[in-house]
Design a protein around this ligand. Sequence first.
Ligand code: URA
Length: 428
Amino acid sequence: MLPQWIIEKKRDGAELSGEELRFLIQGFTAGSIPDYQMAAFAMAVYFNGMTPRETAALTLEMMNSGDVIDPATLPGIKADKHSTGGIGDKTSLILAPLAAACGLTVPMISGRGLGITGGTLDKLEAIPGYRTNLSEKEFFQTLENVGCSITGQTAQLAPADKKLYALRDVTGTVPSIPLITASIMSKKLAEGLDTLVLDVKWGKGAFMKTIEQARELATAMVEVGTQMGKKVRALITDMNTPLGRAAGNALEVQECLEVLRGGGPDDLRELTVELTAHMLDLSNVRKTRDEIFQCLENGAALKKFEAMVSAQGGSTDWKFSEAKIQEPLLAPADGIVTAVDAERIGKGCLVLGAGRQKTDDSVDHAVGIAQMKKPGETVKKGDPLAVIFSNDWKKMDESFPMFGKSFELGDSFEPSPFVCEVIGGELI
Ligand code: URA
């Protein structure tokens, strides 16, 4: 077998066998198949797509390119959630301890933010001392002692994905449904899970701009997971508006603490509980939504969060670095907030330094936006629509108009549901 034969076959639109994909992924991981051949392969997939069987075979090979956690080594039902990312999407920080408080084991391997969407690891690193580079042994110990752990991808977990993603990033081949599916699912399925809930977001602040694209990605991911013997369900959720009232790492952790103390913004609390309810349902753990809300209100989830943070070296005195400059963004007129453009908010945060433009950029944990007014809320001229946090006047001046343009005011507002569809299950 030669790599060029496989590339030619995909270029001509034929279906590749599991053996051909194994040869390609093993050779690429070992370094015997060079980047230029793999880039040509990725472009052929970008144009010609893959059948569900091919996508599952590619996912399997990428998962097997590194360590796969043996589920028998971990206690309980192993369940996780993955979000395709959005602005202010901080649900993982609440959901992992909440699901653990409800009886699940949550081995969550998360990523960093790139572009406008934030990353769970960046948010957690806003907590002084929190380690996101646990060894496998430390990860297992935290899971055994606490029931949840959120850490980063080790070099041994799906190394083929790490290499291929870096190549796709510079060859215009990221937005391919089979390649995204194999990338996300190879990492998630290497966690040794029994069940997985996917939060596939669509809208201005999401990777997928239309609900149709989100449905296609969700269907592909559910199909691959199911073919690999896992229970997988996807919720398609709206990401036209930022989730919660804060975007920016330390500001988001503080908002998560509000929810873990029984308060916080309604949309964030409700989406987190919704995703947790689906994780429990898929795992055959019977709990009502009221019982799940109880775990937020009675401090059980907060206790789990504190235990996880302590186990991973973080300080639980909840002191965060503070931005030097804090400026209110004032409403230009009376009205009802009719829209908050998630993409503009994300771009403003990127200018402030809350996210990274390139994978090796560092992030400023203190900066971002908070106290955002939500669609449906009424303001008077001069009321604050939000507060902007910056460590640099130049960045504040550059981002301020972007934030200003994000808020639309009008006379009326019609709310729409934030969970739009469920793939691989039903609304429960
Ligand atoms: N996130 C991933 O992990 N992989 C992709 O291909 C896209 C988003």
